[in-house]
Write a protein that binds this ligand. Structure first.
Ligand code: SAM
Length: 281
């Protein structure tokens, strides 16, 4: 601890199953800070011990995070370097830490990420669904009505959707996805990533519902569920300028000619313009 300087808050990713996934930087930061803020000190104590790290732990979880903000800021101001970890993966990603990180940044304290595993990125990297744009939805609401209402609100989403799900709700989740997005929508189940029984299984929602029901072992463990986005509509594909040009041309020309000219002028796809014209007579 250096009392002449303000401390640093490191936000450190830890493994999501396979302990060999800890990074070199995570090891050296966890070993050198004055204290590690951990979601579950027993769980993280075991991890640190197996890594040969004896840094003292302080409990910081969902239920005490708010009251810990001021004491943690005081420790940082007094020169202590701290590392924030969660039970698994990257802190703040469906895990505590948001309030502490926000307060530290607002107080002008340096917050440094030590990146590493996160189930959502690991799942996306192997799912074979588009990753150029995606939406992380985290955990769905636990109650059926709220879950379905939330899923309905995502009906038009064209980006790949990523959900976290617990084993006791995975079947309900998949059947609600089927009810809201249709049995033919493509999806991927990424289960127990980096662990002994890792499985990544792709199919339509109908196939995935049957696959998970067929074997109780497939319903165990931790899950990421990824859903292909909806096919883009012509409206979503065309920007405001393309729509404006097309409308002007449609006032004077037949649909096919207007779409072709609008494509030349704006660079938008001729077929998308043609479809848009048909959908907006
Ligand atoms: N902070 C973590 C991260 O960066 O991925 C997520 C923590 S959240 C409380 C736990 C959820 O993440 C699990 O219920 C599951 O949905 C997902 N998850 C975590 N580890 C996983 C794994 N090894 N395989 C699949 N999903 C996992």
């Amino acid at each position: 601890m250096n009392v002449d300087k303000t401390g640093v808050l490191y936000v450190v990713a830890t493994p999501i199953g396979n302990r060999a996934d800890i990074t070199q930087r995570a090891l050296s930061v966890l070993a050198s800070v004055d204290q590690v803020l951990a979601e579950d000190t027993r769980h993280s104590g075991t991890l640190l011990r197996t890594l040969g790290i004896g840094t003292p732990l302080l409990s910081l979880h969902e239920h005490n995070e708010q009251v810990q903000v001021d004491p943690v800021l005081a420790r940082l101001r007094s020169g202590a370097d701290l590392a924030l970890i969660s039970d698994a993966g990257t802190p703040l990603i469906s895990d505590p830490g948001y309030r502490i990180v926000r307060a530290a940044r607002q107080a002008g304290i340096q917050v440094i990420p030590i990146p590493g595993p996160s189930a959502l990125i690991a799942a996306l990297s192997v799912a074979g669904l588009p990753t150029d744009r995606f939406v992380f939805e985290g955990f769905l609401p636990a109650k059926t009505a709220a879950r379905r209402a939330h899923l309905q609100s995502l009906a038009g989403e064209t980006r790949t959707l990523v959900f976290y799900e617990a084993s006791h709700r995975i079947q309900e989740c998949l059947s609600d996805l089927d009810a809201c997005f249709g049995a033919e929508r493509e999806a991927v189940i990424a289960r127990e990533l980096t662990k002994t029984f890792e499985q990544v299984h792709a199919g339509t929602l109908a196939e995935l519902n049957a696959w998970i029901a067929a074997d109780a072992n497939r319903q165990r463990g931790e899950f990421v569920v990824l859903l292909a986005g909806a096919a883009p509509t012509a409206d979503a594909e065309l920007d405001a300028e393309a729509q404006r040009v097309l409308k002007l041309l449609l006032a004077e020309l037949p649909v096919k000619r207007a779409a072709a000219l609008a494509a030349e002028i704006t660079g938008a796809r001729k077929n998308a313009l043609y479809q848009y014209a048909l959908q907006h007579p």
